[in-house]
Design a protein around this ligand. Structure first.
Ligand code: SAH
Length: 336
């Protein structure tokens, strides 16, 4: 049986039409779920009993659960247990501009980036739409506050779970859903080219971030196996199409790995690759994890200065969450 929290408004409208009802009922259901936070269908009082019974017959509403919370400086990490006893993590961050959550899209990940802890467990399965939605609902309920920003940068490759991802984005963005503004939502991909193309057709102003991490194929091949499938020239041409179609600025993520991708030569190559494009570069200080040998670059400032001198927009990602293993690349699909 499908979870009611899997359905976007259009799906609910189709459902009501299919049972011979008016489609505006879909909005009423959305209001119960996402505005009143009412999860007992029997209490949907403006919907008559016959229809409620149909809903009860056709849908369930059950929740993943918070298995553990860890509190750090301006962050909270949540370990969720899914109904089939798999685990994923999400991170709540207290930014000066509001509350932001980083959510997971898969149990494990198949992309195999050499520096990332999350991918040490191969993909077990995609998350269902409701499992992504509920990460936000449960965190909001836990802190009794509203989330303003969502980044899909937790465990998993969101574009490897494309359909559920899009459903999720539409539910959280809908004004009667969680009403999180599209410009406050960012999806990060390691560069699945056909999905970048599909994403450019989406009629929502959601931000896209690309995990580039190297300016040449030789370096990228060593750290990101996906580069063997979609190399830099393929990814960059997909991005250029995306930008010209959507007119949106793309974030280029670049994790700074000591002696791997952080030389002056790398910086100069990155300038040549990105010059003139509507992008901004987010340099990510590498978060070390005990199972992986890469170390944090010591040349972040020099690297950044070269990019800036050459006219690129650059920021360095704020580091937090490291002390509770809640930082980028440290999340795990494991209980311990
Ligand atoms: N699969 C998506 C979503 C993961 S987002 C993607 O690849 O974009 C997480 C970001 O953190 C990615 O840019 C990822 O490359 C980066 N990252 C992974 N491990 C890291 C680590 N140990 N330190 C810092 N950043 C890391």
């Amino acid at each position: 049986m499908k979870n009611l929290l899997d359905l976007k408004i259009e799906d609910l409208e189709d459902y009501f039409i299919s049972i011979g009802e008016k489609k505006y009922k879909a909005l009423q259901v959305f209001e119960w779920l996402y505005i009143h936070k009412e999860y007992d269908i029997n209490n949907f009082t403006n919907i008559n009993k016959d229809i409620r019974n149909k809903l009860l017959n056709d849908f369930k509403i059950n929740f993943i659960s918070i298995k553990r919370r860890e509190v750090g400086d301006l962050v909270k990490k949540y370990l969720f247990e899914l109904e089939d006893h798999n685990y994923v993590e999400a991170v709540l961050m207290y930014h000066d501009y509001g509350l932001s959550v980083c959510i997971s899209s898969q149990v494990g990940c198949n992309m195999g980036c050499k520096f990332c802890e999350s991918g040490r467990l191969k993909k077990v399965r995609n998350l269902e739409t409701y499992e992504m939605v509920e990460q936000i609902l449960l965190i909001e309920n836990d802190i009794k506050d509203k989330i303003n920003n969502v980044v899909v940068m937790g465990i998993g490759e969101p574009f490897d779970n494309y359909d559920n991802l899009i459903n999720f984005l539409k539910i959280i963005n809908h004004p009667k859903g969680l009403a999180i503004g599209a410009r406050h939502i960012t999806v990060s991909t390691c560069g699945i080219v056909p999905k970048i193309e599909e994403f450019s057709n989406l009629d929502l102003q959601i931000n896209l971030a690309l995990s580039l991490h190297a300016p040449d194929d030789e370096t990228r091949d060593k750290i990101m196996p996906i580069n063997k499938v979609y190399n830099i020239s393929k990814v960059m041409s997909a991005l250029k199409k995306y930008i010209s179609k959507t007119n949106r600025r793309v974030t280029i993520e670049y994790v700074m790995l000591n002696m791997v991708n952080d030389s002056i030569e790398h910086a100069n190559k990155l300038v040549l690759l990105l010059k003139g494009m509507n992008v901004y570069v987010n340099l990510i200080p590498y978060n070390e994890t005990k199972n992986i040998d890469f170390t944090k670059s010591k040349r972040i400032k020099e690297f950044k200065d070269i990019l800036i001198k050459n006219g690129l927009n650059v920021t360095v990602r704020k580091e937090f969450g490291g002390n509770i293993s809640a930082a980028c690349g440290q999340l795990r699909s494991k209980e311990v």
